[in-house]
Design a protein around this ligand. Structure first.
Ligand code: PLP
Length: 374
């Protein structure tokens, strides 16, 4: 079965990991610092904290903003559940804003309509790798006194109007899961523009430990002393994982080029197929495409999904609208809330897209899909 996504691991990646295994540090050592510094450079120089997953990155981001019961987070239903669930875990209320029917990116006008005096965060998702309209989102969020969080699990390595992903929102969460744009196995990172919030994220992902003597409550303690001032978790990414990430990061431009070539080949092959609609590229964007989503019209998505899989092509559906999950249904969210997202979901299919996908594979996907829809 051709997967819809998978990692690309080179001999250099393997050697980088092996070198760490032969060294002194397995966990929090020099590879973590080096990977965080390299990530920081890639996102416009903002402080970066690596985490054990993208989910952990989102949880850390929400914690750093101090959200809790009574606060509202406005987000999109067209995402992986973690964008919302990690805020729900802190007691916040999720308010869903509908998406643009063409791009599946959250619609700034829908966000504006969803804002209340209790809104603390607008969490946007760069669906498929396309950056959201952060200028518009930031403008409406500022009016409500809210900050903008980019869930950039799909979009790391891309840019909008010449600014890299990671520099577009107040804070940004990344994922390094194997299907994503670069991988550390499991892994993620949070980017903060505000260094004070970045410091809170750093402490939360390290159990809340404070090691700076200038901040100790204890007067003149011994050299072993450390304090916890706020609760945290152990979300530290290891040196082993960061060595892989650092090595992968060196090939990010190659990854971007190959994924763009595949997207162009799909676009050329599928442009005139009846019963199929492609997602338009956002003006001003230079995406690193994570997904290649198409829309299968005329109620045929399930049939096409099943017949593509039967043909050995591992298509995927991204995503079940978040509030359809029973955990949100049980909180009272009802179907029909965001009609554009639900329509998009009903038609959506992700075609295989990964660095090592060959042109012959792309052509087979195009031919199989074209034949099915004839
Ligand atoms: C993958 C993903 C996450 C979660 O990342 P993990 O590393 O799998 O925990 C969050 N949001 C979106 C949009 C994702 O695609």
């Amino acid at each position: 079965m051709l997967p819809y996504g998978r990692q690309s691991v080179s001999e250099e990646d393997v050697e980088a990991v092996v070198a760490v295994l032969r060294g002194d540090w397995l966990t929090t050592g020099p590879a973590v610092d080096a990977f965080e510094a390299a990530l920081s450079e890639a996102v416009g120089g903002h402080p970066v904290v690596t985490t054990t997953s993208g989910t952990a990155a989102l949880h850390t981001a929400y914690d750093s903003l101090g959200i809790g019961a009574g606060d509202e987070v406005v987000t999109t239903p067209m995402t992986f559940v973690a964008t919302a669930s990690t805020a729900s875990m802190h007691g916040a209320t999720i308010v869903f804003a509908d998406v643009d029917p063409e791009t599946a990116l959250v619609d700034p006008a829908a966000v504006e309509a969803a804002l209340t005096p209790r809104t603390k965060v607008v969490a946007a998702v760069d669906y498929a790798g396309q950056p959201c309209d952060y200028a518009a989102l930031t403008a409406v969020a500022r009016d409500a006194g809210a900050l903008v969080l980019a869930d950039a699990a799909h979009s790391f390595g891309g840019s909008l109007d010449g600014r890299p992903v990671g520099d577009l929102a107040d804070l940004t969460a990344l994922s390094f899961f194997p299907t994503k744009n670069l991988t550390t196995g499991e892994g993620g990172a949070v980017v903060h523009k505000d260094p004070a919030l970045g410091q809170r994220a750093r402490e939360f992902h390290n159990i809340g430990l404070v090691r700076d003597p200038a901040r100790f409550r204890e007067v003149d303690p011994g050299g072993w002393h450390q304090e916890v001032h706020a609760l945290g978790l152990n979300y530290r990414l290891t040196d082993v994982a960061c060595a892989l990430g650092l090595s992968q990061l060196r090939r990010l431009a190659t990854f971007k080029k190959r994924r763009s070539e595949i997207v162009a080949r799909y676009r050329a092959g599928l442009a005139d197929v009846d019963g199929l609609r492609l997602v338009e590229q956002v003006p001003g964007s230079d995406p690193l495409w994570h997904l290649f989503p198409v829309r299968v019209l005329d109620g045929r998505r399930r049939e096409v999904y099943e017949r593509m899989r039967a043909a050995g092509i591992g298509v995927q559906v991204n995503y079940v609208p978040v509030y359809w999950h029973p955990v949100y249904e049980d909180l009272g969210y009802r179907r029909g809330l965001c009609p554009n997202a639900e329509q998009f979901y009903a038609e959506q299919l992700s075609l295989p897209l990964f660095v090592e996908l060959r042109d012959e594979d792309v052509d087979r996907v195009v031919e199989t899909l074209t034949e099915l829809l004839r």
